[in-house]
Ligand binder design. Structure first.
Ligand code: NAI
Ligand code: MG
Length: 369
């Protein structure tokens, strides 16, 4: 029987509230799925700062490196606005990403039929949408050097950011894209701006070469990133996996997110390189939303983004695709049945609490199993 080690880092604000509902789903899976889970919980963000004066301890980092998957809630809040920059809550997440070398950021955009009317686009454009944006997370213009503001001789200032990618960085994100596409609808759309950026030329060449050498069974299409943005809101269902750089991926994944409704619905995954011996990738799973201090402690938080993040962990880190389908299906069932947390409820409609939503999802898993 397979057993998986999960590290839970609930964090701050609504993080612990939504993580508690993930705990409920893990318990159910532990009893019913045929696989077992060892979970351990540690501090990150402001809560780690309060206890240890750092945003994550070395001991918690060691656990994260050793786990099959890390589940991360959210960090930050007004309480920590004035803590020193190096130990601010976000530093915990940044250290996890950096030390685990999580270069591949997966952001699914799924539109549940029951929520299609909450989208800013027409129902038929988004209903049933299921695409995946793959963003390169550790390279590109956010990290390239030089990165500076200098004062010129005439007193003017000049700011520089450097878009920089190596063959190796593009190859490894391209491989993730093609591997994901093989488990989905077998199509990759690569987006860059080769018409105006040298990094776009190299991106295009390397993705094409990786495709030809290793993944010619997958359909590959190239699109300029600005045109891709238009296509995303015109007819998003044309896509399966979109792979793009850090900057374009940041923007395009936020655009795609809003096609599908509430921030409380959106999971994400960040993957590292495969281990040389086991082939397993380091991985961290987290909702896209933050710690929502405005609703923390009020039982209002929607736990679906966090629970769907567990679903992604089952799929990508635990070899439990069927269990992942069960979790996703249970979420769809609950929404189809009209259960809504406050962020999803229509005016005048009764909303359920965080816990009630978690319980409803577990009941729906029972009903499907
Ligand atoms: P936020 O995502 O926390 O909240 C934005 C709005 O969406 C709020 O009105 C909030 O109530 C609502 N919302 C978010 N998640 C929800 C959920 N699950 N259910 C229902 N409603 C939900 O972003 P904001 O307000 O910009 O940031 C708040 C704090 O979170 C800040 O300290 C920020 O730095 C931190 N943050 C942390 C992130 C992380 O840990 N990865 C990501 C984004 C922000
Ligand atoms: Mg962003």
């Amino acid at each position: 029987m397979a057993s998986y080690d999960l590290l839970l880092l609930p964090g701050d604000g609504i993080g612990p509230e939504v993580m508690a509902e993930v705990g409920r789903v893990i318990e159910w899976l532990d009893r019913n799925s045929g696989s077992t889970f060892e979970t351990e919980t540690d501090l990150v963000g402001g809560s780690a700062y309060d206890a240890h004066a750092v945003a994550i301890t070395d001991a918690a980092m060691d656990k994260a490196q050793a786990a099959d998957a890390v589940l991360f809630g959210a960090v930050g809040g007004p309480k920590w606005d004035s803590v020193p920059y190096e130990v601010r809550p976000e530093a915990g997440l940044l250290r996890l990403r950096k030390d685990m070398d999580l270069f591949a950021n997966l952001r699914p955009a799924i539109c549940y039929p029951a929520l299609a009317d909450a989208s800013s686009l027409k129902r038929d454009v988004v209903e049933g949408l299921d695409i995946l944006i793959l963003r390169e997370l550790t390279g590109g213009v956010y990290f390239g050097e030089p990165k500076e503001i200098v004062t010129l001789e005439n007193g003017e200032k000049r700011a520089v950011d450097t878009q920089l990618y190596t063959t190796h960085e593009i190859e490894r994100i391209a491989r993730v894209a093609f591997e994901l596409a093989r488990t989905r609808n077998n199509k990759v759309t690569s987006m860059e701006k080769r018409n105006v950026m040298r990094s776009g030329v190299l991106w295009n060449q390397v993705v094409t070469a990786v495709h030809k050498a290793e993944y010619s069974d997958v359909e590959l299409e190239h699109m300029l990133a600005d045109a891709g943005g238009m296509q995303l809101v015109r007819w998003p269902k044309q896509f399966d996996v979109i792979v793009t750089d850090n900057l374009f991926g940041d923007m395009l994944s936020d655009v795609a997110a809003m096609l599908t409704g509430s921030l409380g619905m959106l999971p994400s995954a960040s993957l590292g390189a495969p281990d040389e011996k086991t082939g397993k990738r380091k991985a961290l799973y987290e909702p896209v939303h933050g710690s929502a201090p405005d609703i923390a402690g009020k039982r209002l938080a929607n736990p679906i983004a966090m629970i769907a993040s567990l679903g992604m962990a089952l799929r990508y880190s635990c070899d439990m695709g069927e269990a992942a389908d069960l979790v996703d299906g249970a979420i769809a069932d609950v929404l189809a049945g009209g259960t809504r947390t406050a962020d999803l409820a229509a005016k005048g409609q009764n909303a359920v609490s965080t816990t009630e939503m978690g319980e409803a999802i577990v009941r729906a898993m029972d009903a499907r199993a």
